[in-house]
Design a protein around this ligand. Structure first.
Ligand SMILES: [Zn+2]
Length: 368
């Protein structure tokens, strides 16, 4: 998520300086749930959180004069989904101690519900401090991206930036990148590394394992450069919709010279080969991580890449006590169901390439 502009200046604080007694908050998706009916700080935190996330704010001017239902529209930008509408719909605006305030606030992001607040009382002129956190105010500009290179096999490299690892695979007359992650700065740094590692061969395909932001945020750069995106067929309409959106706050290569994306899509399985180098893609049917999720397999080298769900920790113990193992079990299930002869797993996150036994230990099939 990008924090844009002066975070607070765009919002009128007059309407926020109220102590709001909450009757209840229902959170959707990734938002934290607050259940205390008297937790005033919850709404303050939430509003502060919203303000920090908003680039341009447009309040419906006479919103607070309405007695019925109102809608506040806010424009939110994310690195890879273009500009999306963050909406606050309010209902039941009532006057209490001379202040009009809605009794219900429903927030949507891009049309999807994310927050639902019921207000039971409002006190005007209460002491409320909404401060921009010091670490946000003093945040330095992002450092330049540096790419670490590790050879996995002949013609196969790990290209790693902090917590984001791609594969580069050399074919006879072109190269393939596995996963265009995070955003344009990383894609450009990866491109520079590709030019050094395999000079003279152009990047023809970028494989996308799934549409989560950290895995798909760098794809726009490749679309702008005419590189074909290889992804599951369910992702194509989503990406087309995202990439056609305007992007005027933080323009990138694609918004400066828009063009339609080139796709090759996968249903259950796809093989990419030139007779020497081979990449196989398998849909991870039934995984809880994402419905349109694929693993990447190189049969000759026994290498597997997965976007998420199995991020081997550093150290000798392969178990990750920070998460439950069902998605690692999904990976094992897809590997065995397709009879893949796996030697090494080199995933998108975690502590780097690990032997296949590491996964078996992580899910309890082999004693650690
Ligand atoms: Zn994911």
């Amino acid at each position: 998520m990008r924090v844009l502009g002066p975070p607070v200046a765009a919002v009128s604080h007059a309407q926020l300086k109220l102590a709001v007694v909450l009757g209840g908050i229902k959170a959707h998706g990734g938002f934290q749930s607050f259940n205390s009916p008297l937790d005033v700080s919850a709404l303050q935190q939430h509003l502060a959180h919203l303000i920090l996330r908003v680039g341009i704010v447009r309040l419906v001017p006479d919103h607070f004069r309405q007695q019925g239902e109102g809608l506040i529209l806010l424009l939110l930008i994310e690195q890879d989904v273009g500009q999306v509408i963050l909406g606050l719909r309010v209902r039941g605006v009532r006057i209490e101690l001379g202040v009009k305030f809605p009794r219900r606030i429903v927030q949507t992001e891009d049309g999807h519900p994310t927050f639902d607040i019921t207000v039971s009382a409002v006190r005007p002129n209460a002491a409320v401090a909404i401060e921009v956190p010091a670490n946000v105010q003093q945040a330095p500009p992002a450092p330049p991206v540096t790419v670490a290179v590790e050879k996995l096999a002949d013609g196969v490299w790990y290209l790693s930036t902090p917590n984001a690892r791609s594969w580069l695979v050399e074919f006879n007359d072109h190269v393939v990148l596995v996963e265009g992650m995070t955003g344009e700065a990383r894609s450009l740094a990866i491109n520079a590394e590709i030019a050094k590692l395999v000079p003279g061969k152009s990047l023809r395909y970028v494989i996308n394992t799934h549409a989560h932001y950290d895995h798909a945020g760098g794809l726009r750069t490749y679309v702008a450069q005419g590189v074909t995106v290889v992804t599951h067929e369910l992702n194509k309409p989503f990406f087309e919709k995202m990439w056609a959106r305007p992007r005027t706050i933080a323009p990138d290569q694609l918004s400066k010279s828009p063009k339609p994306a080139l796709f090759e899509t996968v249903s259950d399985k796809k093989v990419m080969t030139d007779g020497t180098q081979t990449i196989e893609l398998y849909h991870m049917r039934g995984t809880s991580h994402n419905v349109a999720n694929m693993i990447v397999f190189m049969p000759r080298q026994g290498l597997v890449y997965w976007g998420d769900g199995y991020n081997p920790p550093a150290g000798n113990d392969p178990r990750d006590f920070g998460r439950t193992p069902e998605q690692s079990i999904d990976l094992y299930r897809v590997i065995t169901a397709n009879n893949l002869d796996v030697k090494t797993i080199a995933p998108a996150h975690g502590a780097g390439p690990k032997p296949f036994d590491n996964l078996k230990k992580a899910i309890g099939l082999v004693a650690p």
